[in-house]
Design a protein around this ligand. Structure first.
Ligand code: S3P
Length: 170
């Protein structure tokens, strides 16, 4: 029987939540919701500009509001920001009507991607050791998700198939 549950994608910046979510939503015919994109639309600013102009606390408040609203839906794939699942209200909401999947990669992969991107205000100026630390701290929360997908040995299609198999057989 087809589930009406949401899929929530969690993980560090650069773990592919948005790109995998988009493809997965087409395959499963679900609505794709990118929380960062929704925040940018609601503020009419890029995430990096929100950080610069209003600071992280302000961003986290909007992130909470928009994440909770997005999670209060059905048949959607929701890509949370990398810090979303650290918030206990967001985590609780994920338990209600969603299956959460942690896209887990080796630290080196994440670090490379973060340094390559210009739109990651939180981690761009951190040293490798600081990013390793952030990953370690965050992983304690990410590991509370329903499923951990070890992505390093898989290609994009295999990651997508793995998530859709789990979802369709629930
Ligand atoms: C953040 C991750 C970003 C964005 C913001 C903060 C974080 O989202 O929400 O820059 O705290 O890890 P992505 O994970 O989609 O890059």
């Amino acid at each position: 029987m087809k589930s009406n549950k949401n899929i929530v994608l969690i993980g560090m910046m650069g773990s592919g939540k948005s790109s995998i979510g988009k493809i997965l939503s087409k395959k499963l015919k679900l609505i794709f919701v990118d929380v960062d994109k929704k925040i940018e639309d609601s503020e009419n600013l890029k995430v990096s500009e929100i950080f610069k102009k209003h600071g992280e606390n302000y961003f986290r408040k909007i992130e909470e509001k928009i994440s909770l609203k997005s999670l209060n839906s059905e048949n959607s794939i929701i890509s949370l920001g990398g810090g979303g699942f650290i918030n206990s209200s967001i985590r609780k909401m994920c338990e209600k009507n969603s299956l959460s999947f942690w896209l887990d990669w080796k630290n080196e992969t994440i670090i490379k991607r973060i340094y390559k991107s210009k739109k990651r205000p939180l981690a761009m100026n951190l040293t490798k050791a600081q990013i390793n630390n952030l990953i370690k701290e965050r992983s304690k929360f990410y590991s509370l998700s329903d499923y951990r997908i070890a992505c390093d040995k898989l290609d994009k299609v295999e990651i997508i198939n793995k998530i859709s198999d789990i979802y369709e057989n629930k």
